[in-house]
Write a protein that binds this ligand. Structure first.
Ligand SMILES: C[S@@+](CC[C@H](N)C(=O)[O-])C[C@H]1O[C@@H](n2cnc3c(N)ncnc32)[C@H](O)[C@@H]1O
Length: 243
């Protein structure tokens, strides 16, 4: 991996232009936007691989590569006690900013992504923070991760997966949480109607609540209007009760 992060300023018109061009290019090869046009890719694996390969080290060309932790995660962390010493897992870590934010709160963090270019890129940026970035598949995770984490964080991976994968993805994510541990989910929100035209596929309240079917109890569910970000969001905290 020899991708060196370029500086990225979301307010820089040149970066915005590169992002718009990348989106166009990526939409054109996205099987979810062009059903039947290419080889079957039900998990969008080839597409996620292509995102990082085509970006060639330019975060502006990774649609979620904002080079900053999600504002709703930072806000949540600021309102809660530090995570000193606890084992945390960041799902679909992308360029690693959310995992680094958890590490900044004292957690021992593992961040994983399906795409090795993403894990390598994140590692290159945050190796000094002691985050363990690795490659793993949410749908076939290492068995030793079962109920291994005190704090699991998920932002924007569930909504990036075709809706028919949601139940399996939620089951897997819930399985990482230790008895007594917590799961924090941040996702774009939508109402039950209208029909879905993803990706992304923003989640309904029912989608969030259905995490409870996998052994978690919903502690808080906040519906947050557009403010720090341009979209309406859910921010949910769930916990796994001890037997
Ligand atoms: C929309 S991006 C969000 C990245 C990051 N969580 C963020 O908020 O910036 C979804 C990420 O999930 C990863 N991903 C997709 N399918 C995955 C899978 N089956 N297992 C692990 N990661 C996956 C993608 O490669 C991508 O980095």
């Amino acid at each position: 991996m020899n991708e060196k992060p370029l500086p990225f300023d979301p307010l820089d018109p040149a970066a915005a232009e590169r992002r718009a061009a990348a989106r166009k290019r990526l939409d054109a090869i996205d099987p979810a936007k062009n059903p039947g046009a290419g080889p079957d890719d039900p998990y969008r694996r080839d597409w996620f691989e292509a995102v990082y390969a085509l970006a060639q080290g330019d975060p502006a060309q990774v649609p979620w590569g904002n080079m900053a932790a999600h504002p709703l995660l930072l806000d949540w962390l600021a309102q809660h006690p530090r995570l000193d010493g606890i084992a945390a897992l960041d799902i679909g870590c992308g360029l690693g900013d959310n995992a680094a934010a958890l590490a900044g709160q004292g957690a021992r963090v593992t961040g994983f992504d399906l795409v090795s270019r993403a894990a390598d890129w994140a590692r290159g940026r945050f190796e000094n923070m002691g985050v363990h970035f690795c490659v793993a598949d949410l749908f076939d995770p290492p068995p030793e991760w079962n109920e291994a984490f005190d704090f699991v964080h998920e932002t924007y991976t569930l909504q990036a997966l075709p809706p028919q994968l949601l139940d399996g993805a939620q089951k897997s994510i819930a399985g990482f949480v230790k008895p007594g541990g917590r799961l924090l989910v941040i996702a774009r929100a939508r109402d039950e109607s209208p029909a879905l035209e993803g990706p992304p596929w923003p989640l309904t309240r029912e989608n969030i609540e259905s995490l409870a079917a996998h052994g978690l109890a919903l502690q808080t569910l906040e519906e947050l209007p557009p403010a720090a970000t341009p979209h309406r969001h859910w921010r949910a905290l769930l916990c796994k009760n001890r037997p």
